[in-house]
Write a protein that binds this ligand. Sequence first.
Ligand code: ADP
Ligand code: ASP
Ligand code: MG
Length: 441
Amino acid sequence: MPKVVKFGGSSLADANQFRKVADIIKADKHRKLVIPSAPGKRFGADVKVTDMLYGCYEAVCAGCDSVKEFMPIAARYNGIISDLGLHLNLDKEYQTIIDNFNKKSGVDYAASRGEYLNGIILANFLGFKFVDAAQVIFFNTDGSFDAELSDATLSLKLKGIKNAVIPGFYGSMPDGRIKTFSRGGSDFTGAVVARAVNAVVYENWTDVSGVLVADPRIVNNPKVIDSLSYRELRELSYMGATVLHEDAIFPVRRAGIPINIKNTNEPCAAGTMIVPETADLPDPAHIITGIAGKKNFAAITLEKDEMNSEIGFFRRILTLLETEKISFEHIPTGIDTMTLVISNENLAKSPKLVEKIEKVAKPNHIEVEDDIALIAVVGRGMRHKRGTATRVFAALSHANINIRIIDQGSSELNIIVGVHEEDFENAVKVIYDMFILSAKG
Ligand code: ADP
Ligand code: ASP
Ligand code: MG
């Protein structure tokens, strides 16, 4: 059974990284199917090729000279090709892309060319077959992913192929137009391919040695999580652990294929194994598995006398959200209070929402705070342990951080707290200290 290996942007940022990737692939003959991202940042102030493509397309649409705008992008790829000593000339491909930009072929087409060109180079370097994702990854007319057609086409197409490179991030619509997944979507492509070929493992190679207990940009040198369940990962990635795209577990979870997060710059490290809930997961090293969080939420708090006994109160609010096509994150409630936690992005879709809530719910008081950060404290170890929430609250209270929202997921797998954005980083740090650094774990 093959292994499917996905390499992120930093793993393919320059020729040196390409060599590391080739060494990793050649070290294991089962690594037969490779999903590359577009070249990422080579150093802190560098720009990812995907971002260069978005910028280039916007400039062309605004009337700038397409050939000139595309030049720095071609230079990135030509630099990699010449540093690797490949006999490969992509001038024709560049010309096609420039022509299509001039024809306004769409922002998704533009962004997808990062993975497309990188795939051609990597296939050439490895001596693998290049399979254009447009031929095997499909979307429905409404823009949703067509799992069945993609799965069937991929399994058929890859059956007779020994080794292949399939670019991540994009596929095609029924009318042939190119469409991308959301940012970071190459992780999803890798999972789809892993499922289609029934891979023994989906290896996701990045620039950290696994899923870390907390975001390394917030906590200094956080510990690596050795293993975790799909569910724990879903909670963490949904809540901001950006190491893996939040939807990437769905295709592999259905087939029970484990995901192994690995570091291209430290290939010998075991990384993190993500496995089904039913697998024999070792006892967690700590009560909590990980901490993740995101800013940019609003909390709309309603107070109304005897809200609790008012029949239909919830229904009116939920119907309003449905009509306005707004999804919400949480609705913690008290006896006579209710808080709607909604991302600011979603809230912006309905500028008059608060007035409309007032109309349908007639609260005594309504208050909106739009500077809320949510933090998820996740762990299968919490189920059988009392006092986890108390310890989260104690850590925050010692640090003088005011908790705005509390919600414990019904799975008992996570505790969500909402704090003001200015307290966000500090809150993550003190929770990390409380559960991971303190001796009691
Ligand atoms: P790639 O380009 O390989 O897809 P990403 O940049 O998308 O890589 O994801 C890896 C990054 O995710 C890390 O460099 C790290 O900064 C960030 N990250 C955020 N939270 C976590 C976490 N809990 N564990 C590991 N990495 C995290
Ligand atoms: N290159 C795309 C992005 O920057 C997709 C990916 O990296 O997975 O979002
Ligand atoms: Mg990524």
